[in-house]
Ligand binder design. Structure first.
Ligand SMILES: Cc1cc2nc3c(=O)[nH]c(=O)nc-3n(C[C@H](O)[C@H](O)[C@H](O)COP(=O)(O)OP(=O)(O)OC[C@H]3O[C@@H](n4cnc5c(N)ncnc54)[C@H](O)[C@@H]3O)c2cc1C
Length: 424
């Protein structure tokens, strides 16, 4: 028989959503146990260090100034560095300055929420745009949203842009010492307030009825059970889609919603050089829509390559050696430098395969055509017993962000706290 323990609230998943929920419950004196499949916390926030240089294998940027995230960063006393927003376009063999957002705005201005929803691809096909603006908008939508243009909803895109405008979304920052600082801070908060965190606890099954739930998990290979009166589920959409965690009774509407929601792919490759060899005037972002790795950005001696959506699907099939060779080829074209010279300056290549990570199975979610309600369906609590959070369960279409995950975790914790107070 598996060993059984009882805690009032069980949280599944130790990414930002789960940690934020656990920290808020702990601060309110509500005992909670967080079960995380991996030996490390943070989920899709995954910073490694090369000496003192943080390398972000997952989330890297603070997109805009979301209140909850900025408040947490402030409380954690983490230092933030503003990102250089110079955008250069590599086209026809030359690098030139690009007013990226002007082109994107031109295209987005034509989205009309009064018209039926459609995919971004159908929308582009139905309108006449300057060819370069069209290419840039397509490159931006696929890259930023990890999306396929023929699946992503234009209504969701516009809602997300409007929501981004409300938080000064064009501002970008980085945590100077890496996003892991945020994870460590939340972990400390939970521990200091008496919360319980259990790494290497892979949840297999949740059997529930109103007012109680039993969570079966494997802890370092041994079967265990935890029972509680509420569970906060923060599983990534890739895990929802895989049906790896069984809920009894099952919830059909939510399962359908998770299957309908898109979970996109990203390929992120970080080339760490011995020192910065390119001129400071090229610092910022480089967009090369015709290249297999179409987006690049600089940070100290790091050059990071990024592809989302269809480009990422292709790159994720390459071996690490082939990927490295491809990166060097692309950079050699962009910077007009011989490949051998680039290679001699290279210290290390870092990448992480989120698609094959068994606890994530993709990068982040985006909303398909007519799917604006899906996050709400997924986030709705069930019988004041099961509560839901995670980057996909945000209500302003800004899926796939750290701040969205954080806010969703706080929202789910508040739902539990409200119920807790009403029933005690
Ligand atoms: C390559 C990449 C780059 C990104 N860049 C940015 C960026 O620059 N800025 C930004 O804001 N966002 C970025 N994001 C998105 C951001 O990382 C996520 O939106 C956010 O971290 C998700 O947090 P979460 O808590 O919802 O999910 P997760 O972080 O995925 O947490 C879920 C947790 O559940 C655990 N789990 C899974 N199955 C089980 C199980 N059976 N039992 C127990 N635990 C389980 C997982 O191990 C994981 O730790 C990026 C994502 C990726 C992949």
């Amino acid at each position: 028989m598996p060993r059984s323990t009882r805690t009032p609230v069980i949280i599944i998943g130790g990414g930002i959503a789960g940690l934020a929920a656990a920290a808020r419950l702990a601060a309110q004196g509500i005992p909670a146990t967080l079960l995380e499949a991996k030996a490390r916390l943070g989920g899709r926030v995954h910073t490694i260090y090369q000496g003192s240089t943080p390398i972000e294998l997952g989330a890297e940027f603070i997109h805009g100034q979301n209140k909850a995230l900025m408040k947490t960063i402030h409380e954690a006393r983490l230092s933030v560095r503003e990102v250089c927003l110079r955008h250069l376009l590599f086209s026809e063999g030359t690098l030139k300055k690009q007013t990226l957002f002007q082109a994107i705005e031109e295209v987005f201005d034509a989205i009309d929420l009064r018209k039926p929803d459609q995919s971004f691809r159908s929308f582009l096909d139905a309108h006449v745009f300057d060819e370069q603006a069209r290419q840039i908008a397509l490159h931006y939508v696929e890259g930023f949203n990890a999306a396929h243009a023929d699946r992503i909803s234009v209504h969701a895109l516009l809602h997300a842009e409007q929501a981004a405008d409300r938080i000064n979304g064009s501002w970008q920052g980085r945590l100077t010492r890496g996003y892991a600082g945020l994870v460590r801070f939340l972990e400390r908060r939970i521990n200091n307030a008496g919360g319980r965190i259990l790494p290497e606890a892979v949840v297999k099954r949740v059997t529930w009825k109103e007012g109680s739930a039993e969570v079966v998990y494997s802890h370092r290979g041994k079967p265990k059970t935890e029972t509680g009166s509420a569970v906060i589920v923060t599983l990534p959409i890739g895990i929802w889609k895989s049906d790896k965690v069984v809920f009894q009774p099952a919830f059909t509407e939510k399962r359908h919603a998770a299957h309908e929601l898109e979970f996109g792919n990203v390929s992120k490759i970080i080339l760490q050089f011995r020192r910065q060899w390119w001129p400071k005037s090229l610092d910022g972002f480089i967009h090369a829509p015709a290249e297999p790795l179409p987006t690049w950005w600089t940070s100290g001696a790091l050059l990071t390559g990024w592809a989302g959506g269809p480009h990422a699907d292709v790159l994720l099939r390459l071996s690490p050696a082939r990927l490295k060779a491809l990166c060097l080829d692309v950079l050699s074209r962009i910077f007009s430098e011989p490949r051998s010279r680039l290679e001699s300056r290279l210290l290390q290549v870092h990448t992480y395969d989120w698609l094959r990570d068994p606890d994530v199975r993709g990068a982040y979610s985006y909303i398909p055509v007519n799917g604006l309600e899906l996050p709400k369906i997924l986030a709705a609590p069930l019988c004041d017993t099961l509560f839901f959070a995670g980057e996909a369960m945000v209500f302003d279409a800004q899926t796939g962000t750290v701040f969205g995950a954080l806010e969703s975790g706080l929202r789910a914790a508040d739902e539990v706290i409200k119920h807790w107070r009403e029933t005690r």
